[in-house]
Design a protein. Structure first.
Ligand code: NAI
Ligand code: MG
Length: 466
């Protein structure tokens, strides 16, 4: 593994380093060994891949606190969140993918005729990965885990705001035994390093998480270069639907969590809270009380739930959205301004009486701003919830099984959480409908992003049977 500084000219344009340790050559070391002739060496190789990922998970646990501290320094998220949720999730992801290394296989399929047909699943090759700043470690895990389990080599570009944690954990992965050059971390900017990766003729696949606008650029760069397959995990405007039979206190708490978690900087944030009119006033009152109790401040302080936003650009953008909400006539229930004079802190903000046509109802705010909508009928809420360019996730709150079944099937979203939210185990596929993306990450579905499919058809002479 090496760190390629993309400010160097060597990474501009098509000039990815091609020396001995380049990912292009190292592919042979990591994956091609699986073409050795004996079954024994193949098994050894797969076990070795698995062991490396398992040792990596152990090292992540051992260094839990340092990794969490780096993530908080870089991102501003509460240290307790990084230490108790994100770093343990990274270890879980690595163990999950360690379990896949020797279970990825193709098929023998019966074709009509005297032919023996093998469908082989090969590593796709050199994988380019571009990740955002909101969950640097988890996005690293979602991408590196399946790519390594499938036997690929990687060039991963971190977000410019958050370069630290990926470098640190990649050093641990190296310590766990990953051969040099298999994983290459690039700290660089999007339009230079990111675009070079997406345009590179020797990169066989690109996986991206970030904004929908940049996702479109990635697709275009692939189209203009070598048509590398692209997976995209993009923005969202996820509905969180509270029926009148729901447990209101639980729904208030989870709606709060769904929106405010990680300073509101979540692709799947429950950013359109739809509440049945019979429980609407109670819900708004209780949501206000909860937001007022939210502890905002120094992310390293114990008990802090919300740190600063990632940077000045996002901070100003969120404040502009808040102003737009006020100007368009939504009711400002609480918050509505920055907090203090130092740092990018924003008051937990709630709008009620939000109308579907408002800008705050349609665009991704990516900040601590909850919008509450009123509805009175199941069909109405389905129609309104689906009336979005996005389709990443949805939350459904009801104690009626039939209502839940109707909603889970009617909502056009890649994930529907029922009486829970933001459950992200490694085994659960995640991705979007519509402009929220292409493809799925995590779970068994993530593997196909990193495999090439080859049909080998052999003529059979005098087969005993067909
Ligand atoms: P972005 O999508 O521009 O950046 C994400 C990643 O893409 C970063 O690594 C960046 O360096 C890279 N990138 C940017 N331009 C590129 C290009 N031309 N070619 C290749 N790579 C490029 O997101 P940004 O600007 O940080 O945030 C803007 C908005 O995007 C946010 O306000 C939020 O709405 C959304 N967003 C969504 C995320 C998600 O999890 N789906 C994560 C981060 C942002
Ligand atoms: Mg951008």
């Amino acid at each position: 593994m090496e760190h390629v500084d993309c400010c160097q000219d060597s990474f501009r344009g098509s000039a990815l380093p091609q020396q001995q340790r380049s990912p292009f050559r190292l592919l042979s070391k990591w994956a091609r060994r699986s073409s050795l002739s004996t079954a024994n060496s193949l098994m050894l190789h797969l076990q070795e891949r698995s062991r490396i990922l398992l040792r990596f998970a152990d090292l992540i646990e051992k260094h839990n606190d340092e990794i969490a501290a780096l993530e908080t320094w870089d991102n501003g998220k509460p240290y307790e969140q990084a230490a108790h949720i994100e770093v343990p999730m990274l270890a879980r992801l690595m163990r999950y993918y360690a379990g896949w290394t020797d279970k990825i296989h193709g098929l023998i399929v019966p074709a009509d005729g005297p032919h023996h047909v093998q469908v082989l699943h090969e590593p796709i090759g050199v994988v380019g990965q571009i990740i955002p700043w909101n969950f640097p470690l988890l996005m690293y895990g979602w991408k590196v885990g399946p790519a390594l389990a499938c036997g690929n080599t990687i060039v991963l570009k971190t977000a410019e705001q958050t370069p630290l944690s990926a470098l640190y954990v990649s050093k641990l992965l190296h310590e766990a035994g990953l051969p040099e050059g298999v994983l290459n971390i690039v700290s660089g900017f999007g339009p230079t390093a990111g675009a070079a990766l997406a345009s590179h003729m020797d990169v066989d696949k690109i996986a991206f998480t970030g904004s929908t606008d940049t996702g479109k650029v990635i697709l275009e760069l692939s189209a203009r270069s070598n048509l590398k397959p692209v997976t995209l995990e993009l923005g969202g405007k996820s509905p969180f639907i509270v029926m009148d039979d729901a447990d209101i206190d639980q729904a208030v708490e989870l709606a709060h969590f769904a929106l405010f978690f990680n300073q509101g900087q979540c692709c799947c944030a429950g950013s359109r809270t739809f509440v049945h009119e019979r429980v609407y006033d109670e819900f708004v009152e209780k949501s206000k009380a909860r937001a007022l109790k939210r502890v905002v401040g120094d992310p390293f302080r114990k008990g802090v739930e919300q740190g600063p936003q990632i940077d000045d650009e996002q901070f100003k953008k969120i404040l502009r959205y808040i102003k737009s909400g006020v100007d368009s006539g939504a009711t400002l229930v609480t918050g509505g301004d920055k907090l203090g004079d130092k740092g990018y802190y924003i008051q937990p903000t709630i709008f009620s009486d939000v109308q579907d046509g408002m800008k705050i109802a349609q665009e991704e705010i990516f900040g601590p701003v909850q919008s509450i909508f009123k509805f009175n009928d199941l069909n109405e809420v389905i129609k309104r919830a689906n009336a979005s360019q996005y389709g990443l996730a949805a939350g459904v709150f009801t104690n009626n099984l039939d209502t839940a079944n109707t909603l889970t099937r009617a909502l056009r979203a890649g994930t529907v959480w029922v009486n829970c939210f933001d459950i992200f185990d490694a085994a659960i596929p995640f991705g979007g409908y519509k402009m929220s993306g292409i493809g799925r990450e995590k779970g068994i579905d993530s593997l196909k992003n990193y495999l090439q499919v080859k049909a080998v058809v052999t003529a059979l002479k005098n087969p005993a049977w067909l």
